[in-house]
Design a protein around this ligand. Structure first.
Ligand SMILES: Cc1cc2nc3c(=O)[nH]c(=O)nc-3n(C[C@H](O)[C@H](O)[C@H](O)COP(=O)(O)O)c2cc1C
Ligand code: SF4
Ligand code: SF4
Length: 271
């Protein structure tokens, strides 16, 4: 099979999860292509037999820019997909929301898996001690690889006309679901929840990393970063600034810089 992995990753956790899935796919003898949603225009979506759609969980739902991308792709009627998410452990309605979005594009969703990773949201990092070294574990990485194997088996079984039991996804109208919709409402206030972003101009090197990394194209160098109305409050600029000079009133002392033990985790997970 030809498998396409599509992902967005603010600080590298979801990318790591996709690398694990990609290694499992290669190990099973299939072709894998991995690309970001931003660069999805470089591949022909209809050339693939199976898709992995991946996203970080932001506010109990797939990241807002991923929601936008999935809603904009052409229908892939009758094709098969599986879902990989990464979160700090509170997924809310992210999985059924993601699955229903894919089903709306004509895809059959074979299954889903969440990899628990360090928290990249400044608020929780401020109010609770970040446990960056504790997740993911070699066991959770191995579980993700085994999940990927099972998705490949399901896809092959369906291809051969064999019966496979498919999950049924239903979005429940819980409080967290309503909150996740509220944070995505149009207008100013969804981004006010992260507080006004301030730049320490004496530390800023005007390197442009924040401009390049902003998934919403909401930052202009003028001559220092200025944040526009398109901001989707994803914290990526704050986390990835090389000199940590963007802050907000609810910010934490330590910005999340990504998984540090990639090689060890892969080795100990047998990948
Ligand atoms: C704006 C924002 C909102 C988040 N909301 C949630 C959440 O609702 N539940 C959760 O478990 N983790 C949440 N997180 C943590 C991320 O899901 C987690 O760190 C994820 O692995 C980040 O993946 P990435 O590095 O690929 O962006 C949030 C992080 C950010 C930046
Ligand atoms: S990434 Fe940081 S240092 Fe670079 S331009 Fe943006 S705010 Fe300035
Ligand atoms: S300005 Fe920062 S927080 Fe807002 S969308 Fe861009 S990277 Fe995310």
């Amino acid at each position: 099979m030809k498998v396409l992995i599509l992902y967005y990753s603010g600080t590298g956790n979801t990318k790591f999860a996709c690398e694990v899935a990609g290694l499992a796919i290669e190990r099973a003898g299939h072709d894998v292509t991995m690309t970001t949603y931003e660069k999805a225009g470089d591949v022909r979506l209809e050339d693939f037999d199976l898709y992995c759609f991946a996203a970080p969980v932001y506010e109990w739902a797939p990241a807002r820019n991923v929601e936008r991308f999935v809603r904009s792709i052409p229908a892939l009627e009758g094709r098969r997909a599986f879902i990989v998410t990464s979160s700090a452990g509170a997924t809310g309605q992210a999985t059924p929301l993601f699955a229903r979005m894919l089903e709306d594009r004509g895809l059959t969703v074979l299954g889903d898996h969440n990899l628990i990773c360090p928290d990249s949201w400044g608020g929780t990092r401020r109010w609770s001690a970040p446990h960056d070294a504790e997740t993911p574990t070699p066991e959770s990485v191995r579980e993700l690889a085994e999940f990927t194997d099972s998705m490949l088996e399901h896809a092959c079984a369906l291809e051969d006309g064999r019966a496979v039991s498919l999950p049924a996804y239903r979005v429940l109208p819980t409080g967290l679901f309503l909150l996740s919709r509220l944070t995505r409402a149009p207008g100013r206030w969804p981004r006010l929840k992260m507080g006004r972003k301030r730049v320490d101009e004496s530390a800023c090197t005007r390197c442009g990393v924040c401009v390049k990394n902003c998934p919403a194209g909401a930052i202009a160098l003028d001559p220092y970063p200025a944040f526009g109305r398109g901001c989707i409050a994803c914290w990526r600029c704050i986390n990835t600034c090389p000199v940590d000079c963007i802050t907000t009133i609810i910010d934490s002392d330590t910005h999340y810089k990504g998984i540090t033990e990639r090689e060890r985790l892969l080795r100990e997970a047998g990948l």
